[in-house]
Design a protein around this ligand. Sequence first.
Ligand code: SF4
Length: 321
Amino acid sequence: MADRISENLQEKISARLRFYQDIGIDLFYRNRTASAPSLGDLPASDIETATSDSISVVEYSGTVETVVVAETSVKESSASEGTLPRTPRKPVLPSVPALHVPAAPKVVLPAAKSSLFDATEKNSGDSLLMIRDDIGDCTRCKLHKARNKIVFADGNPKAKLVFVGEGPGRDEDMQGLPFVGRAGKLLTQMIEAMGLQRQDVYICNVVKCRPPENRLPEPDEIKTCSPFLFRQLDVVDPQVIVALGACAAQTLLQTTRGISHFRGQWQEFRGRKLMATYHPAYLLRNPPAKADVWKDLQMVMAELGLEMKRGAKSTTAVKTS
Ligand code: SF4
């Protein structure tokens, strides 16, 4: 039985276990060996290594929610005589610091900035310079592809009277100024017939880039570009707006009705008086319509307190260029 432990050694081990019992750690070894073969059944060569067991070790990672219990294998090596076993480490929970719930970070919303495309509200901090700066080298709609120059506006930025056309033509696209072609010359005559100079009024368009072949601006182009116009009108804040042609009138009044339905009648645009009348380009093609336009402009003059220019009572006051 050379491979079996001797009775002498068994006796020593038993004495050791009694010692463990005396000092109160016998349960550890008893439980540990519960499923293990008895010492008497073990080969002597195995006594030194014996079995392994697990001790629960609690690790504390700093937050209550993350207490982790890990199993650490501990090699038993003290079964040999004269060597005290290591005292099993009892799981020791560290004192749990008082839960500190940090205050929710204060959410600071960026200062509300009116969108270029949400011009439904008046932007009191706006300026014509800012609007032009926002337009920049605009590519927001397809009209940018064929344009030569963006046509922003012309005239007095503090004018009481604003004329709004639909969009630049060829001459305007070349010069970067609104109403400088044939229709523009006629508009200038109309302004002068009212007793004003061109530089007394503010002139702009619904779209800032020339539509190809002078076609009408399309709905998506108007929708994209018109917020710039609305901002311009809010900044200039005129007493009266004259919408020249159906496109300008329908855009400002948000209607699809034909201009003949409301031409010659006061309308309102954001608290300001709006008069819709025919576009000068239409008058070039249809001169008799100038009589209607002159009537409309006389209403505007009355509203602005402008005196009738001598000799301007007839419908020929607005001459064809
Ligand atoms: Fe931009 Fe207006 Fe010109 Fe379109 S028409 S590219 S939105 S500036």
